[in-house]
Design a protein around this ligand. Structure first.
Ligand code: SF4
Ligand code: FES
Length: 371
């Protein structure tokens, strides 16, 4: 019987999201269907991470309105649904940015996320690449109605390389999935419930597994930061370049965040959704050796500038296709370089006076031509 239904089912489901219709495979979630369309039609996702099994369904930022459930049953769904956890049906009609209800609910979700999250972006290492910062600019309100004391936590070192700033955590669970799915033994998780819920290590054990650094990459906010990079630089002043090395533990494909020739930080390469890129169908997680121990550009084979496709302030530091203004000083000054124009200690080109030997400041008289 099940086989019969499978045979009759269409090979592709048609779904319309914000008036754009596409065909996707059965079993695709609304969020992933929207990602296939791309751009503003795609709902934001603070907890879903396609490379982590079981992620999603925690933050509610991806909620959408289903205006028609399917071609067979076109009734609307009574409530907004989490697009990361709801599969498309053939003939489904979804509203994201075209729905007032969605925009209103999303503003409410952002307000809730910010109830306890500190607005410390000016000192937070994640500023410039923080998904919550982007979300607040796109969907947040100007003020808060919250009058109570925000919950605060002491900063905690999770192993030698990672610092947890629990005050900033939005409990998306991504880091615990990394620990569960990438490391041998998970020693950290979410302890307690409700307002007391917090990420912590079991009896303060350090996380020293080779892949623990990936928690930093999946954290959508500045709760888990790289201790080797903390406060070293603002991310938009750094230059991301793609690089690789032969590594026997991981794919060895990374982004180096450079300032001049110094490598300030090493991360996995991210796609336009802020998730690690996949190579040959496998997520490109990187090991701690590549991330924390290879901080010299000659440890790496540089491939070229990283294309920052995600909407981010980092992409404001354009350096691909950079157009420098035409330098005309040397042309109009007979080949003299600009710095020489300021070289007041040199010999004047006009009348060969040695300016450094003048008893006082040079005046226009100094440069009068001798007859
Ligand atoms: S520490 Fe970061 S990744 Fe972990 S649950 Fe909190 S916000 Fe999510
Ligand atoms: S991304 Fe769907 S609930 Fe968080």
């Amino acid at each position: 019987m099940a086989e019969e239904i499978k045979k009759e089912a269409p090979a592709n489901f048609k779904v319309t999201i914000d008036n754009i219709t596409i065909e996707v495979a059965p079993g695709t979630t609304i969020l992933n269907a929207a990602r296939q369309i791309g751009g503003d039609v795609t709902p934001p996702a603070m907890c879903y991470y396609s490379k982590l099994q079981g992620s999603g369904g925690k933050c509610r930022t991806c909620m959408v309105e289903v205006a028609a459930g399917s071609a067979a049953d076109p009734r609307p769904m009574p409530k907004l649904v989490a697009s990361c956890r709801t599969n498309v049906m053939d003939g489904m009609v979804v509203k994201n940015i075209t729905s007032e209800k969605v925009l209103d609910a999303r503003a409410g979700v952002v307000e809730f996320l910010l109830i306890n999250h500190p607005l410390d972006c000016p000192i937070c290492d994640q500023a410039g690449e923080c998904h919550l910062q982007d979300l607040s600019y796109q969907h947040g309100k100007e003020g808060t109605r919250y009058e109570f004391k925000r919950r605060t936590f002491e900063k905690e070192d999770i192993g030698p390389y990672i610092q947890l700033h629990m005050t900033r955590c939005i409990l998306c669970y991504r880091c615990t999935y990394v620990a569960d799915q990438l490391t041998d033994k998970r020693v950290h998780g979410i302890l307690d419930r409700g307002d007391h819920a917090e990420i912590s290590t079991y009896i303060s054990k350090a996380i020293d597994n080779d892949f623990s650094g990936n928690m930093i990459d999946v954290c959508p906010v500045g709760a888990l930061t790289d201790k080797t990079f903390r406060f070293k630089n603002r991310v938009w002043f750094t230059k991301p370049v793609d690089a690789h090395r032969a590594c026997d533990k991981c794919c060895g494909k990374v982004t180096l965040w450079q300032r001049g020739d110094d490598v300030l930080r090493v991360t996995a390469r991210k796609d336009e959704w802020g998730e690690v890129q996949s190579y040959e169908g496998k997520p490109g997680w990187i090991c701690n050796t590549c991330r924390f121990d290879k901080k010299h550009s000659n440890d790496w084979i540089i491939e070229g500038p990283t294309n920052i496709s995600r909407h981010s302030v980092i992409s404001q530091g354009h350096y691909i296709g950079l157009q420098k203004p035409r330098e005309t000083i040397a042309e109009v000054m007979g080949g003299r370089e600009p710095k020489l124009l300021m070289d007041i200690h040199g010999i004047s080109d006009v009348n060969s006076v040695d300016i450094s030997l003048l008893p006082g400041p040079a005046t226009s008289k100094t440069f009068e031509k001798k007859e």
